[in-house]
Design a protein around this ligand. Structure first.
Ligand SMILES: NC(=O)c1ccc[n+]([C@@H]2O[C@H](COP(=O)([O-])OP(=O)(O)OC[C@H]3O[C@@H](n4cnc5c(N)ncnc54)[C@H](OP(=O)(O)O)[C@@H]3O)[C@@H](O)[C@H]2O)c1
Length: 332
C-alpha cells in the first residue's frame, strides 16, 4: 500500500546534523524517510541502525552520472543535504539532478550561524556557491541556518570534567571583552525545527533562522563555573591576534586551510563582528523561527550544561575526523 506521507530523502543521515534531522522527522511521524547513503557506508552499524528504525537505505553516489542521480531522486518530494564542511561543492551535480527529478523542496547543507557571504568565512562562501547554482536553476528551496551548537560552547575546566564534549581548543577562549551576544541552538533541536519548516508554505524559497537562546561568552563561562562549582582560567584573545593567525593562509579548501581558518573566522564573525544575531538575520532577509513557531519548546543552554556536568551529555564526532582534530590542536 502506498503511503500518503511526504517522501523525504536525506544525504548525510548518519552525521551529527543528519542524526538530529532523522530524530526530528521520525518524532513528527509525518514523513517517509529515505537515507541516500554512500555505497561504501551501507553496512556501517550507524546506517544499519537507521534501517531498524524504519528508514529505507538507498545506495547513492554523488559522483554518479546525471541519469542515475535523477533516477534515485525521482520518487522524493523533499531532499535534505547535510554534508561535512570540507566536501561542500559535491552537491552541485546533485542540484542539477534534483531539478530534473522535480524535487519540490531542497534544503542545501546550511545549518550555519548567520554570516554574510563574501570573504568573512571560508565555509559560508563554499555554501554560497551551492546556493547560487540552486538559484540559477530555480530549484525550490529553503535555507535553514541555526546559529551555533550548544555542543560547541562549554569551556574546558581545570578538573577535565567537560573534556568529553570538547572539540576545538578555541572553546576555551574569550574573544575581546566577551560581551557579544550570539545565537545558540541545541544540536538535538535542529531536526525538530526542520520537521516544521518542510511542511510550511511560508518558508518555501526563503532563508529561515532558528535558534534557541542568545548568550555572551562571559555568560556561558559564568554559568559553567556555577553549574560545575569550579573556577576556570579565562584566555582572552583580541581581534589583532586572530587576524595575525590568518596572514598568509590561502583560499584552497583543504583540511590544513580549514583547520586554520574555520575556528578563527568563526571567532571573528561571531564575537568581533557580532554577525550571529537575530537582528542581523532579519536585516539579511531571513524569516525567524521565533516568529514562525512561537510555541516551539526549545532546549535551554542551562539544561545542556547541567547534562554535561552530570556526565550524561553525548560527545560529538566521537571516533571521527581524528586528523582534523589533531590539526586544530596543532594550530591552537
Ligand atoms: N552551526 C554549527 O554550530 C555547526 C557545527 C557543525 C557543523 N555545522 C554544519 O552542519 C553541516 C553538517 O555537518 P555535520 O558535522 O553534521 O556532518 P557530519 O557529522 O560530518 O556528517 C557527514 C555525513 O555526510 C555523509 N557523507 C560524507 N561525505 C559524503 C559524500 N561524499 N557523499 C555522501 N555522503 C557523505 C556521511 O555519511 P557516511 O560516512 O555514513 O557515508 C555522514 O552521514 C556542515 O555543513 C556544517 O557547516 C554547523
Amino acid at each position: 500500500m502506498s503511503s500518503s506521507k511526504l517522501r523525504v530523502g536525506l544525504i548525510g543521515a548518519s552525521g551529527e546534523t543528519g542524526t538530529s534531522i532523522v530524530n526530528g522527522l521520525l518524532e513528527a511521524n509525518k514523513f517517509d524517510l529515505i537515507a541516500l547513503t554512500r555505497p561504501s557506508s551501507l553496512t556501517k552499524p550507524i546506517n544499519k541502525a537507521l534501517e531498524s528504525r524504519g528508514i529505507s537505505l538507498r545506495p547513492f553516489d554523488l559522483t554518479s552520472p546525471q541519469p542515475d542521480l535523477v533516477a534515485s531522486l525521482k520518487d522524493l518530494d523533499v531532499l535534505i543535504s547535510s554534508l561535512p564542511p570540507h566536501d561542500l561543492l559535491s552537491p552541485i551535480p546533485l542540484i542539477t539532478a534534483a531539478k530534473t527529478a522535480g524535487i519540490k523542496r531542497f534544503l542545501p547543507c546550511a545549518y550555519a550561524p548567520v554570516i554574510p557571504p563574501g570573504g568573512i568565512h571560508i565555509i559560508i562562501d563554499q555554501k554560497e556557491k551551492v546556493y547560487q547554482h540552486m538559484k540559477q536553476l530555480r530549484l525550490p528551496f529553503t535555507i535553514v541556518d541555526i546559529g551555533w551548537w550548544f555542543q560547541l560552547c562549554v569551556p574546558r575546566l581545570p578538573s577535565g570534567r567537560s573534556d568529553y564534549v570538547q572539540l576545538t581548543p578555541s572553546q576555551n577562549t574569550i574573544v575581546g571583552e566577551g560581551d557579544t551576544k550570539s545565537a545558540l541552538t541545541d544540536l538535538r533541536d535542529i531536526g525538530r525545527y526542520i520537521a516544521r519548516i518542510i511542511v510550511d508554505e511560508r518558508t518555501l524559497n526563503k532563508y529561515v533562522f532558528v535558534y534557541n537562546e542568545l548568550w555572551t561568552q562571559n555568560e556561558m563561562f559564568a554559568l559553567t563555573e556555577k553549574l560545575f562549582g569550579e573556577k576556570m582560567e579565562r584566555k582572552f584573545v583580541q581581534e589583532g591576534e586572530l587576524r595575525a593567525k590568518l596572514e598568509g593562509v590561502g583560499d584552497v579548501v583543504d583540511l590544513p586551510t580549514i583547520a586554520t581558518k574555520v575556528p578563527v573566522q568563526y571567532q571573528l564573525s561571531l564575537y568581533v563582528r557580532g554577525d550571529n544575531q537575530p537582528e542581523n538575520a532579519k536585516y539579511l532577509g531571513y524569516l525567524l523561527g521565533k516568529d514562525l513557531y512561537p510555541d516551539f519548546e526549545a532546549r535551554s543552554f542551562e539544561a545542556y550544561v547541567k547534562e554535561v556536568a552530570g556526565g550524561k551529555a553525548k560527545g560529538i564526532y566521537e571516533g571521527r575526523y581524528e586528523d582534523l582534530k589533531k590539526l586544530f590542536v596543532k594550530n591552537k
